[in-house]
Design a protein around this ligand. Structure first.
Ligand code: CMC
Length: 422
């Protein structure tokens, strides 16, 4: 039996029967019946903006898969660069493909000296690293003008490679600038996550030896953040990309979208919240204030997950391994208690509010000594392959430029009045 829906325009009595395909109905078929009538959906809560073969997210059942592989298996058995390859090219690489891919990424981590000397050093000493990163990613397009050639697959591969390899370098550079320390050049003998830790923390030692547990934890967090289908920043990447802007400009826009506290900025807000709560006795009053609408329980709730975010469960496990190395954060006990109370409270239960990925990631970053204003920067490094996979997919789909409609609710025509008469 073909599954369909029928829409009737009660003004004319005309109907249209539309097949349900891949869980959606084609808006063009509605539009034929209803010319000039738009679907009102602010926040796109009921709109599929594209079809995609990258990430499968079932929010009701707490399932997340990249190209069909469960996130739990990838977090446990894969590594970030392999996951990048999977997201971008659709399949896990064989041994040769993986070796070439890792080599290509490792040997593109350096950035043009002008970027450091003229650009990054030009920021004010207390510039937020996210502001610096957004600008630096956009500025990369000026170094690679061939990036505009978005229809050439070879050029696309180069820019994708550069963005994944150079973003950790820019991120670490933004951090070092913000604390007034000299920039550390990438070390090609280290893997992706180790190299980032080296660029963050190396001082005067000839080579930096990262703690393997912390490097593994970081790699896992990057995997968990690598893609999450049509979230706010990925949608931004696709929307900007649909105008055929170069990928650096599109990625800078996506990074800006991630910056907001409702999106990638939430992990920073979680730590502020836990610090504000401070002690056990303040937990209950805090929960009551949230229920009274005086604020939100940061790191809780998600537009798509109406069950426990599977990434949060993995992060929670990862936290134990990290705290074994770094010592336990006193804020962890407050977080655990908050979670326990919220999971048993009718307000949160009835609204399907569960911990999301950001509830515990901030605690891990903090234990690793990564400052709070770098948390969203960490998220950016992780999400870059997801943005690029969607950008590439969007181009291959030859998607039309993103251009939604609006329902105009402003005044009708009025006559201009000169300023002296107003
Ligand atoms: N604390 C308390 N109440 C909440 C929360 C929360 N964290 N999140 C949602 N609600 C309530 C909200 O007040 C509303 O209640 P009511 O129906 O009585 O008005 C109901 O739940 C539905 O909320 P909503 O704002 O309509 O949900 P949304 O899908 O538009 O927002 C969200 C999703 C993630 C922006 C929201 O849950 C939120 O602000 N959470 C805190 C910020 C956060 O942790 N963000 C990270 C998201 S995961 C990482 C990422 O993908 O970037």
């Amino acid at each position: 039996m073909t599954e369909t829906v029928t829409i009737t325009d009660n003004r004319t009595g005309k109907s249209v029967e539309i097949p349900i395909k891949d869980g959606g109905v084609d808006a063009k078929a509605f539009s034929k019946l209803l010319p000039g009538i738009w679907f009102f959906d602010p926040g796109f809560t009921a709109t599929a903006s594209t079809s995609s073969a990258i990430t499968d997210l079932d929010g009701t059942n707490g399932i997340l898969r990249y190209r069909g592989y469960p996130i739990e298996q990838l977090a446990e058995q894969s590594n970030f660069l392999e996951v990048c390859y999977l997201l971008l090219f659709g399949e896990l690489p064989n041994a040769d493909q993986l070796e070439n891919w890792v080599h290509d990424i490792t040997y593109h981590t350096f950035i043009h000296e002008n970027m450091r000397k003229r650009f990054m050093e030009g920021f004010h000493h207390d510039a937020h690293p996210m502001g610096m990163l957004v600008s630096a990613i956009a500025a990369l397009s000026t170094f690679y003008p061939e990036a505009k050639d978005i229809h050439d697959p070879e050029s696309r591969y180069k820019q994708i490679n550069r963005l994944i390899s150079k973003v950790p370098t820019l991120a670490a550079m933004a951090y070092r600038a913000s604390v007034g320390q000299p920039f550390v050049y990438p070390d090609n003998n280290l893997n992706y996550s180790e190299n980032f830790l080296s660029m963050m923390w190396k001082v005067a030692e000839p080579s930096y030896e990262p703690n393997p547990v912390l490097a593994k934890a970081l790699d896992t967090l990057l995997i968990l953040h690598a893609d999450h289908e049509q979230n706010c920043s990925t949608t931004t990447m696709r929307v900007v990309g649909s105008s055929h802007a170069d990928p650096y400009s599109a990625a800078a826009a996506a990074t800006s979208a991630l910056y907001g506290p409702r999106h990638g900025g939430a992990n920073e807000q979680v730590i502020h919240m836990l610090n504000d709560i401070g002690t056990y006795k303040n937990i209950e009053p805090f929960i009551e204030s949230v229920k009274a609408g005086e604020g939100r329980l940061m790191g809780f709730g998600h537009r798509v997950y109406k069950a426990y975010d599977p990434r949060a469960a993995i992060v929670k496990k990862q936290a134990d391994a990290v705290f074994d190395v770094t010592g336990r954060s006193p804020l962890l006990d407050i977080a655990l208690k908050l979670e326990e109370i919220a999971l048993n409270d009718e307000y949160f239960k009835s609204r399907n509010l569960y911990p999301n990925v950001d509830f515990y990631t901030g605690l891990i970053y903090q234990a690793m000594n990564i400052p709070m204003d770098m948390f969203t920067v960490m998220f950016t490094i992780g999400r870059m392959p997801g943005w690029l996979s969607h950008w590439q997919e969007m181009l291959e789909q030859e998607q039309r430029i993103a251009r939604p409609r609006q329902l105009y609710i402003g005044p009708g025509e009025r006559q201009y009045v000169p300023v002296e008469n107003r």
